[in-house]
Design a protein around this ligand. Structure first.
Ligand code: GNR
Ligand code: NI
Length: 167
């Protein structure tokens, strides 16, 4: 097991597009374990491989209160979306920033689990938000990029200043 370092916005590597996993093998299962450990330690409710500088379509999520319901999504695709909800989002790659984002209320997802078995899942509420947030990461998109250019610039400046102090 290993804790993986999390990239911080505006790191350009957060804008890379992840490629599908060709085979769910032991190296992918190890990545899922390390990502889960990193997510729980952060703590966060989700983590995309992009955030740990691995550009493969792997996501872990646990939105349960007692942190006992780990979900791993490999090569996930949203096959249906409906409704709309607005949620105050945060991101481990954009620490200290919380902003409202509008997304689909319900999504149906098709993915592989850590054994390489296909499954489908229907999600709503926070789980649906988290799935959309994580799949955006795999496409190189960070939630703050839904905000106005003015807000985005303020966030960039703030995070760059903070990085200079802590570097
Ligand atoms: O821990 C997280 N919390 C969160 C809260 C509202 C909407 C989305 C999220 S995901 C975030 C973890 C993270 O950065 N995943 O990419
Ligand atoms: Ni995030």
């Amino acid at each position: 097991m290993a804790l993986l370092p999390i990239l911080r916005y505006p790191d350009p590597r957060l804008h890379k597009r992840a490629v599908p996993v060709a085979a769910v093998d032991d190296s992918i299962r190890q990545l899922v374990k390390d990502m889960a450990e990193t997510m729980y330690e952060a703590p966060g409710i989700g983590l995309a491989a992009t955030q740990v500088d691995v550009h493969k379509r792997v996501v872990v999520i646990d939105v349960s209160e007692d942190r006992s319901e780990l979900l791993a999504f490999i090569n996930a695709e949203i096959i249906e979306r409906s409704g709309e909800q607005t949620c105050e989002e945060g991101c481990l790659s954009v620490p200290g920033i919380y902003e409202k984002v509008s997304r689909a209320e319900r999504v149906r997802v098709k993915a592989l689990d850590e054994r390489g078995e296909p499954f489908e899942l229907e999600a709503e509420g926070l789980l649906a938000v988290c799935i959309q947030h994580e799949l955006d990461h795999l496409d190189g998109k960070v939630f703050v990029e839904y905000l106005s250019p003015l807000k985005l610039n303020r966030i960039k400046t703030r995070l760059l200043k903070k990085a200079r102090i802590t570097a």
